[in-house]
Structures are given as structure tokens and as C-alpha cells.
Design a protein around this ligand. Structure first.
Ligand code: UDP
Length: 237
């Protein structure tokens, strides 16, 4: 049995605890939700349970497709046992369809299918509002090397292919998503979570939004949307 020792970190949606094993941490998923860099705060009933289940399933799927992640095993409803990561302070966003900041920043019509996926880098820094950056910024800031950035981009594209097909099989469009990576014993592993908090997912037939945009823009039915994604991802019925 793996015991939580000290709390390493508390973020917006998760807490991370150290364990008796220095290579392992426990991620605990909370129901708290924030948007617009903490300006909007709330809670989504059972989100932690749902996001842990979805993330564990998707990380397992990625592992089955040869993509290394921090997942060791799902420990309980809200807890994921993970390898310890030295988190790279870069958020990697992959986009298949225009939405969110791509629409705001560049004027794409929401819903425009992008011929090629767009991979973007953001600096993981709340005080600076996670600014968009390129490889040179990341290297100049000392957050990653050029080689590491190349690995992150390639890994993000490979993950996109696996996830897109998986979601399509479940009648969901993977519009965009955010990834975080970290270093563990000389290798780069996918970290954090993949859930409706970090992806935009639209129903394949109706384009209904089934993700955190329902919370961001007060569209209602937030809990139902998250559980619908859980139902489809876990092939429940
Ligand atoms: N995203 C995220 N965390 C962030 C910023 C973005 O998980 O701090 C996800 C977001 O849910 C969406 C994708 O990354 O699926 C692209 O987000 P976008 O740049 O459009 O920004 P947002 O509209 O979330 O401000």
C-alpha cells in the first residue's frame, strides 16, 4: 500500500502528494474548477472522480500505443499513482478545429477544420497569464532545450493521432487539448491529466460542447457533459 506523505503542491484541479517511494507521487483530483486564469471559480460535482477515471483510461490507451506517461495505476476514485516528474514549464496545445483563443487571437471562425493540426507552446506561468511563445522563447527562458521542445512537439502530434481516432470511435470530435510533460530519470514522460478540463470535445453529430466551455461560458449541464464524456470514454452503458 502506497502512503501519502507530505503535500507537494496544490493546484486548481489537483493536489499532488509525495509517497514513501521517492519516485512516486499521488495526484488527487478535486471538484474545484477555475477559468480565465482564476477569474472565474466554481465547483463541478464529482468532476474529480470523472476526470481521474477519464485520465487513467486515456493514459493507459497512450501507453498501449507506445507513448510513455507518468501513470502507474489508478489507486482510488480520486487518486492516480504517478511517477515523479520534474515538470517542464511549457503547456503544449494541439488544435484540430478552431476554437477558444485561436478564434479570439487570429479571427478564425469557430469550428473551422484545420487542414494540419496546429501545435502551440505556452509558458506555464500564472503571474504572466501563460503567454504564447515559440521555441526560442522557451530556450531563452531556460525552461527547455531545443531538443526537448522537438520531443514535446513530436510527442504531442503522436498523441493527437491516437486520441483523435479513439474519440471519433466514440462519436466525439477532439477540437483541441493541452498537454504537460516532465523529466523522469533522463526521459520525458507525459504528465498532468487529459480530461474535459483540458480538452475541447464536441459531439460528432450535433457539435454540442461536452467540456469545460460549458462551465467557462455558463452554458448549463456541466456535470451531465462530463459524465457523458466519461460514459463514452469508458464504454459504459
Ligand atoms: N487549456 C488548458 N489549460 C490552460 C489553457 C488551455 O487545459 O491553461 C486547454 C483548453 O481547455 C483547450 C485548449 O487547451 O482545450 C486550448 O485552449 P485555448 O488556448 O483556446 O485557451 P482558453 O480558451 O482555454 O483560454
Amino acid at each position: 500500500m502506497m502512503n501519502k506523505t507530505t503535500q507537494l503542491y496544490e493546484g486548481k484541479a489537483k493536489k499532488v502528494f509525495l509517497t514513501d517511494d521517492s519516485d512516486l507521487v499521488i495526484q488527487e483530483f478535486k471538484d474545484d474548477a477555475t477559468a480565465f486564469n482564476n477569474k472565474k471559480k466554481g465547483s463541478i460535482a464529482d468532476k474529480g472522480v470523472v476526470n481521474n477515471a477519464i485520465s487513467c483510461k486515456l493514459f493507459t490507451l497512450l501507453e498501449e500505443n507506445g507513448i510513455r506517461t507518468h501513470l502507474v495505476e489508478k489507486l482510488s476514485e480520486r487518486e492516480m499513482l504517478c511517477r515523479y516528474l520534474d515538470i517542464i514549464k511549457v503547456e503544449v496545445v494541439v488544435r484540430n478545429i478552431a476554437a477558444g483563443s485561436l478564434v479570439k487571437r487570429y479571427g478564425f471562425a469557430e469550428g473551422t477544420l484545420l487542414e494540419q493540426p496546429i501545435v502551440e507552446l505556452y509558458l506555464k506561468n500564472d503571474d504572466l497569464d501563460d503567454p504564447l511563445m515559440n521555441d526560442a522563447h522557451a530556450v531563452a527562458l531556460g525552461v527547455a532545450t531545443y531538443e526537448e521542445i522537438a520531443v514535446l512537439k513530436n510527442r504531442a502530434e503522436a498523441i493527437n493521432l491516437v486520441l483523435r481516432r479513439f474519440f471519433a470511435d466514440r462519436k466525439l470530435k477532439l477540437v483541441d487539448f493541452k498537454l504537460e510533460f516532465g523529466r523522469n530519470k533522463g526521459t520525458i514522460l507525459l504528465g498532468d491529466e487529459i480530461s474535459p478540463d483540458t480538452c475541447r470535445l464536441w459531439d460528432l453529430d450535433t457539435n454540442e460542447k461536452l467540456d469545460k466551455d460549458r462551465f467557462r461560458f455558463d452554458l448549463g449541464g456541466v456535470e451531465d457533459a462530463y459524465s457523458e464524456v466519461q460514459r463514452r470514454v469508458l464504454d459504459l452503458d
